[in-house]
Design a protein around this ligand. Structure first.
Ligand code: COA
Length: 320
């Protein structure tokens, strides 16, 4: 359970690049079909960054939107964390580039690399730092630029992913204004080879590889008990959670999780069909869309969940 200064979500934002690629576009370049992709994943289209758009560009636009929503100046930020699997460069961190672009002169920076659990991991560390009094305002951004790391001939992986960025300003809260209650991170490092972005013989650039069926099995076995246990330790029943902000990887995974927990599917917002899996950006984009459409009511309990490469799992409980 989180103690110390209460921490709230002060503002959110997102940026989705213009270029769209539908399942029908994939039918033209791969042995696949819209019907297969929709039934097996729930995805209908995804967006990709333009040639001259990098992870930092997407992150900057989402970050700016979150600052505007929070009504704070970039100079008031103490820290910027960018969660990404596709940074502009290995060094320096993408968060430093974003700090420069935003003119956030008083903010420290670092990137988090934890697969699709990256932005939840970044939020967890931001909450810890604000609760303990180190920082007051932290900008957490999840941003992905997958186009360069996908193998466009591998139908089992390239149809799944998409680009985008989402952001949230986390701030020291006041009485009655929302606060994080609990957070937990887990990993099964022995399974690290299930999803990788790595160099390969015969290729100049690193490429994304995924053992899809094994990932699917891993998540279906480990996610429901992880969430059940997290709720139990946080003193809340899954049925008491008013809204679920979930990593968007596959509708079948969410359906099976909700079925096992006895939660009605109306308690979440799914946007997978529009964006595909945007990895570290997915949770933040979903949060922003949920806030914008008024899905999250004041006083309601909100559960955040993500899983991904590593194999990592994470959950957070918030009271809005
Ligand atoms: N179009 C048509 N057929 C495809 C295909 C595509 N895009 N991709 C794979 N197939 C084929 C396979 O080649 C296989 O054919 P075969 O039986 O002739 O060998 C068949 O479909 C079944 O493949 P399988 O991998 O068992 O399918 P699946 O039901 O497990 O679905 C995924 C594949 C990738 C959609 C699914 O495993 C999945 O979603 N896994 C989790 C991925 C994920 O969430 N990753 C991110 C984690 S953060």
């Amino acid at each position: 359970m989180i103690s110390g200064y209460p921490v709230r979500i002060a503002g959110t934002g997102r940026y989705i690049p213009e270029k769209v690629m539908t399942n029908f576009d994939f039918e033209k370049i791969l042995d696949t079909s819209d019907e297969w992709i929709v039934t097996r994943t729930g995805i209908r289209k995804r967006h990709f960054a333009a040639e001259d758009e990098k992870c930092s560009d997407l992150a900057y636009k989402a970050g700016l939107a979150a600052l505007e929503d929070a009504g704070i100046a970039a100079s008031e930020l103490d820290l910027i964390i960018v969660a990404t699997d596709t940074p502009d460069t290995v060094c320096p961190c993408t968060a430093s580039k974003v700090q420069g672009m935003l003119g956030a002169a008083n903010a420290g920076t670092y990137d988090v690399l934890a697969g699709c659990t990256g932005s939840l991991t970044a939020m967890t560390t931001a909450i810890g730092g604000i609760a303990s009094g180190i920082w007051k305002n932290v900008l957490v951004i999840g941003s992905e630029d997958f186009a360069g790391v996908l193998d466009w001939t591998d139908r089992s992986s390239c149809i799944l992913f998409g680009d985008g960025a989402g952001a949230a300003v986390l701030s020291r809260s006041e009485e009655g204004k929302g606060h994080f209650i609990a957070a937990e991170l887990k990993a099964d490092g022995a399974k690290h080879a299930l999803i990788t972005i790595d160099k390969e013989e015969g290729r100049e650039d690193p490429v994304l590889r995924m053992h899809g069926a094994e990932v699917f099995k891993f998540v279906n076995v480990h996610l429901p008990p992880f969430i059940k246990n997290f709720c139990e330790e946080s003193g809340v029943e899954p049925s008491e959670i008013g809204f679920w902000v979930l990593h968007q990887a596959n509708t079948r995974i969410i359906d099976s999780l909700f079925k096992r927990l006895g939660v009605p599917t109306e308690r979440t917002l799914m946007n997978l069909e529009n964006y595909g899996n945007t990895s570290a950006a997915s949770l933040m984009v979903t949060l922003d869309e949920a806030m914008e459409s008024g899905c999250i009511k004041s006083g309601e309990k909100v559960l955040f969940m993500a899983f991904g490469a590593g194999m990592t799992l994470g959950a957070m409980l918030y009271e809005a």
